[in-house]
Design a protein around this ligand. Structure first.
Ligand SMILES: *[C@@H]1O[C@H](CO)[C@@H](O)[C@H](O)[C@H]1NC(C)=O
Length: 245
């Protein structure tokens, strides 16, 4: 079939053409016996990085990460393989550019910054049974031009971290998704916000969830879900969102 014909069929099938970047193929494989700590910029050159372990959920810590980014670090052009538990940890504001998680285990990206903004631009994540981006620190996370296939939540501000609090903010922009429902879960009681715009791939009316966060250092807890849907304050519809891509 000619490309023009295939493209026309795609437009006919979806009613519009949403541009979704193609997933890259790896140029090589690197197995790390301990996390690789990054200061400054590290370019993976589209090699696949892993830890040579089988995913076991609920057991990971920072020592199980593939990459640990120090404050201000940039990680780019990476493929994170299935053979890892914890993906990438950012200890301070970091930049993630064109990074692809082939199979998320516990979560893809854990954000620990005490303030500032982390940006994730381009790239994607597949097969997250739970969360893709876990925001345990504070400040802002800006995700742009990102593809997610199979997810519990794309982003969650921590529900029950020790010493939990906020505010935490997330902007999800031009996210193309499939195989999941919740783009963002945020805590109303800590002043968190989630702004979702120009994104598609799950029912717009249920993309965002509002919780009351709790502090498990005080007592063992799970954060209760208060409501589902945009309310203009905690969950903000930035416009241009669609149920399907
Ligand atoms: C949206 O993101 C995709 C990558 O997933 C990119 O190819 C496309 O150019 C982006 N669209 C805009 C308007 O930035």
């Amino acid at each position: 079939m000619k490309l023009a014909t295939a493209t026309s069929l795609l437009i006919a099938a979806t009613g519009s053409l949403q541009l979704i970047a193609a997933w890259p193929s790896a140029t090589g494989n690197v197995k790390l016996s301990s996390p690789k700590t990054i200061t400054g910029t590290f370019d993976c050159g589209l090699k696949r990085y892993g830890r040579g372990v089988t995913c076991k959920r609920g057991e990971g810590g920072q020592q199980d990460a593939v990459f640990i980014l120090e404050s201000g670090a940039t990680l780019k052009n990476c493929i994170i393989g299935a053979d890892q538990l914890e993906g990438v940890h950012c200890k301070g504001p970091c930049k993630i550019q064109n990074v692809w998680w082939e199979k998320v285990c516990e979560d893809a990206l854990t954000i620990l910054q005490t303030s500032g903004t982390t940006t994730i631009t381009g790239g994607g994540a597949k097969g997250a049974t739970d969360k893709v981006i876990q925001h345990n620190g504070k400040g802002t996370v800006h995700v742009k031009n990102f593809n997610v296939q199979g997810f519990g939540k794309i982003y969650r501000s921590c529900g029950n971290c020790k010493g939990n609090g906020g505010p935490r903010h997330v902007i999800l922009e031009n996210i193309t998704a499939s195989g999941g429902k919740v783009f963002a879960g945020v805590n109303q009681n800590y002043g968190d916000t989630a702004t979702i715009k120009n994104s598609c791939g799950a029912k717009v009316s249920t993309m965002c969830e509002i919780y009351n966060g709790c502090d498990k250092a005080v007592k063992s807890c799970e954060s209760p879900k208060l409501s589902v849907g945009f309310n203009g304050k905690t969950c903000i519809n930035g416009g241009g969102n669609k149920d399907s891509c």
